[in-house]
Design a protein around this ligand. Structure first.
Ligand code: G1P
Length: 292
């Protein structure tokens, strides 16, 4: 029996320099896609996968995230007075219950591996999930829920995987594949951001992970890797052979919201997926297309 995945870690300490000036005083995770901040999509995805505890690894200037997952009594009062029931529901329906959320700070920007390591005392000795809010996934079934389904069958570590053009390998962790049934691919090796000519495949890691707690032990030993940062990919690479390890080619569309064009793409795609906006937005897209 595989131990259940109850906790999720959200590394949100990054500076968001690619979105300046928007992110000068606002966390990049609060950028909205249509009308919802990126971080809320990630939290809702985790909840849909059965997660009960939400652990944020934050940094300076990230107060807005804590406020977002807290009650706002003034706002609730005003909405109640104005009888705006639907808006009241919208701000409270996804609110975490008392004690379900915790925050810790990554005091130095030493990379994703370091951020995850900061969560060790809060995660303890149990398998857990990691979600990167930059990777937004539009899917019929939440991506992390698909991964939990796979985990319940094969256990060990599961990472979200997607095939990318070879010229993009330097943006991602890349999998060296073993057995591959098109959906589940065995992870035989992992390398962070390889040059296209050196990449062992074009199957990339997307920002969703289910990890065994032994990853923390490895994170203590990995040296600074790609970009001078402590890489989660390098710690995971040390776990190959130690635990079952698979990539899941999830069903759904992934948008890279760490990138301006990807972020705009996500906004259009999510608006088109919404019944209340579909018609108007489709008309605008057609109109813009005519002008090209
Ligand atoms: C991180 C990971 C990388 C992964 C990517 C997915 O990189 O280090 O392995 O492929 O997320 O988005 P980052 O985009 O933070 O540079």
């Amino acid at each position: 029996m595989n131990r259940p995945i109850r906790k999720a870690v959200f590394p949100v300490g990054g500076l968001g320099t690619r979105f300046l000036p928007a992110t000068k005083a606002m966390p990049k995770e609060m950028l909205p896609v249509v009308d919802k901040p990126l971080i809320q999509y990630a939290v809702e995805e985790a909840r849909a996968a059965g997660i009960e505890e939400f652990i944020f690894v934050t940094g300076r200037g990230k107060q807005a995230i804590e406020d977002h997952f807290d009650r706002s009594y003034e706002l609730e009062d005003v909405l109640r007075e104005r009888d705006k029931r639907d808006l009241l529901d919208a701000i409270n329906s996804w609110m975490p219950k008392a004690g379900q959320v915790s925050y810790t700070r990554q005091m130095e920007p030493l990379g994703l591996g370091h951020a995850v390591r900061c969560a060790k005392p809060l995660v303890g000795d149990e398998p857990f999930a990691v979600l990167l809010a930059d990777d937004l996934i539009l899917a019929p079934r939440a991506c992390l829920a698909q991964m939990v389904d796979a985990y319940n069958k094969v256990g060990g570590n599961i990472i979200a995987a997607m095939d990318v053009p070879r010229e993009h390998t330097k943006r991602y962790g890349i999998i060296s594949p073993g057995k591959d049934n098109a959906q589940l691919v065995e992870v035989k090796g992992l390398v962070e951001k390889p040059k296209p000519e050196e990449a062992p495949s074009t199957t990339a890691v997307i920002g969703r992970y289910i990890l065994q707690p032994s990853v923390f032990r490895h994170l203590d030993y990995v040296q600074r890797g790609a970009g001078g940062e402590i890489q989660l990919t390098d710690a995971m690479a040390r776990m190959i052979g130690e635990v079952p390890f698979h990539g899941l080619r999830f069903k759904g569309e992934r948008y890279d919201c760490g990138d301006k064009v990807g972020f705009l793409h996500a906004n259009i795609a999510f608006a088109l997926a919404r019944e209340d906006m579909q018609k108007d937005v489709a008309a605008i897209v057609r109109e813009v297309h005519k002008q090209l």
